[in-house]
Design a binder for this molecule. Structure first.
Ligand SMILES: O=C1O[C@H](COP(=O)(O)O)[C@@H](O)[C@H](O)[C@H]1O
Length: 259
């Protein structure tokens, strides 16, 4: 069952990144207090990396027990290990290299110079997720506390692009993506069923180039044409926007609140 999206609109992208980072710290600390660990899915892209950089700069980051944090990725650009365009490389630079994570709990998606071609690599990641899922979870992926997704200007989320086969997937949790319209063309992505296993899905959209995408996805578009419209969490779906990205929303949605 889909959860109706909630919107929070911030003044600008810097404030959005800082507020989202503060929100994420609180979520992680609360989950660790309740269950002993937290499970987060990271996104690539400008907004996702902006959030990680803001988290890195936040004094409250020391409230997180980094050794009890599971990190997964929503998608990856299928490039060699260490490539500066890999989402994993960018996340390391923005935050991960400066906090004491437990390497056993960090799950980057495979790189193109490893032993697998992209479809096999997607299967390997699906198996890693399935191994981490327990009986209390809702299928072959863990119930992530928060899964973040940067919204692309074409409404793509993770590496689910409009009309491509990956966004139509209803069985597999992870797929190889071929022919993506945004470089690189070869990618790995969680599918919509895997995304919807998360307790909370947060969609990040800042900047004028995201305004049309946000308006389309939040105005009842279908998920095949507008993948962001199909991304929702089990208990919450939260759109975090800045005022530029919210500028084309229909008047009944905007502004619910500008912080
Ligand atoms: O290529 C990707 O793009 C999207 C959005 O990126 P942005 O720079 O337009 O914010 C991102 O969500 C995805 O993880 C990434 O692989």
């Amino acid at each position: 069952m889909s959860t109706a999206p909630q919107l929070v609109v911030h003044r600008d992208k810097e404030l959005m990144a800082q507020a989202a980072a503060a929100r994420l710290i609180t979520k992680i600390v609360d989950a660790q207090a309740a269950r002993g660990y937290a499970s987060i899915v990271l996104t690539g892209g400008r907004n996702g990396n902006g959030l990680l950089a803001a988290l890195s700069a936040a004094p409250a980051r020391d409230a997180v027990d980094w050794t009890r944090l599971d990190l997964w990725w929503g998608d990856e650009r299928f490039l060699p290990d260490g490539d500066p365009e890999r989402n994993y490389t960018q996340a390391r630079k923005a935050l991960l290299d400066s906090v004491p994570l437990n390497p056993d709990r960090v799950h980057p998606m495979p790189a193109s110079d490893g032993p697998y071609e992209v479809d096999a690599a997607a299967q390997v990641y699906a198996a890693e997720l399935a191994a981490a899922a327990g009986p209390e979870d809702h299928g072959p992926v863990p119930t992530f506390d928060v899964l973040m997704l940067g919204v692309g200007p074409d409404t793509h989320v993770a590496s689910l692009f409009p009309e491509l086969p990956a966004v139509r997937e209803t069985e597999r949790t992870v797929v190889g993506v071929h022919g993506a319209p945004k470089p690189p063309p070869t990618r790995i992505s969680l599918t919509l069923p895997a995304i919807r296993a998360a307790r909370e899905v947060w969609l990040l959209a800042a900047g004028e180039d995201k305004a049309e995408a946000a308006a389309i996805a939040l105005s009842g578009a279908g998920e095949i044409q507008a993948p962001a419209a199909g991304a929702y969490g089990r208990s919450r779906t939260l759109w975090l926007l800045d005022s530029a990205a919210a500028s084309q929303l229909p008047p009944e949605l905007y502004p619910p609140h500008v912080a």
